[in-house]
Design a protein around this ligand. Structure first.
Ligand SMILES: Nc1ncnc2c1ncn2[C@@H]1O[C@H](COP(=O)(O)OP(=O)(O)OP(=O)(O)O)[C@@H](O)[C@H]1O
Ligand SMILES: [Mg+2]
Length: 230
């Protein structure tokens, strides 16, 4: 599904150039569950944003489902993102002025789906995330765990091929964290590919393989031994 070759990303600000990623090679198979780990500042979010087509590399190539992403125009990239990708962030990133229902409905409006169908899909996914009883609430009226379930519902409502999660349990207590990880695992078992950035040893256990980054480079890429042993 994903093939990254010699990828590099540098940021230039005034006089300094920061090399956030360098000579990075990565493959992610369809149906995989990959955890990206490494110390703060090593480039995890940068890599996830590039995979998520929110940012562009400055070097190398990124192929998604046989298409070279670097060769796409901004409009084509947006279309590709809308149809294929779902995002889950550490800070949930819900829109405060919209209700739970409206937050989850938004990606379907972007896809120009009709009202009746939207309603059906939103209710379905809110039920699944066990949050439909809060559909008229606003994000600030929810607990952290509930907000993250809404964010996952929003990522899932379009049935994306790939979910990108940046520290999805970073702001949750361990009970809610485990619940979120179980939901992601369920999605993965149903065929959604998952790439997740995490600092948590516990969360990395759920992944099939672990990529360790250090200073913008992959220092190891291995199948999950902990998991294989159990
Ligand atoms: N917009 C930017 N401009 C300049 N430098 C940046 C920018 N974004 C990130 N960087 C730099 O790139 C490097 C990688 O940042 P990144 O956010 O990918 O780290 P991270 O591994 O996600 O860290 P954390 O675990 O703290 O979230 C850092 O050194 C950071 O300072
Ligand atoms: Mg980060």
């Amino acid at each position: 599904m994903i093939e990254i070759k010699d990828l590099g990303k540098s940021y230039k600000t005034d006089e300094v150039e920061t090399l956030a990623l360098q000579k990075l090679n990565l493959k992610v198979e369809e149906g995989g569950f990959t955890a990206i780990m490494g110390p703060s500042g090593c480039g995890k979010s940068t890599l996830l944003n590039i995979i998520g087509m929110l940012d562009s590399p400055t070097q190398g190539s990124y192929n998604f489902s046989g298409i070279e992403v670097g060769g796409l125009k901004e409009r084509q990239r947006t279309a590709m993102r809308k149809g294929n990708l779902g995002f889950v962030f550490q800070s949930f990133n819900l829109i405060d002025e919209l209700t739970v229902f409206e937050n989850v409905e938004l990606p379907l409006i972007y896809l120009k789906m009709g009202l009746a169908q939207r309603k059906e899909k939103v209710i379905q996914v809110l039920d699944r995330m066990k949050i439909s009883h809060r559909k008229k609430h606003y994000p600030h009226q929810l607990s952290g765990g509930q907000q993250q379930r809404v964010a996952i519902a929003r990522a899932l409502v379009t049935k994306p091929k790939l979910i990108l999660a940046d520290e999805p349990t970073g702001n949750l207590d361990s009970k809610n964290g485990i619940e979120v990880m179980n939901l992601l695992t369920e999605m993965n078992q149903e065929g959604t590919t998952i790439i997740m950035v995490t600092h948590s040893e516990r969360d990395s256990y759920y992944a099939h393989n672990i990529v360790n980054l250090f200073d913008g480079q992959i220092v190891s890429d291995s199948s999950n031994k902990l998991r294989a042993m159990s």
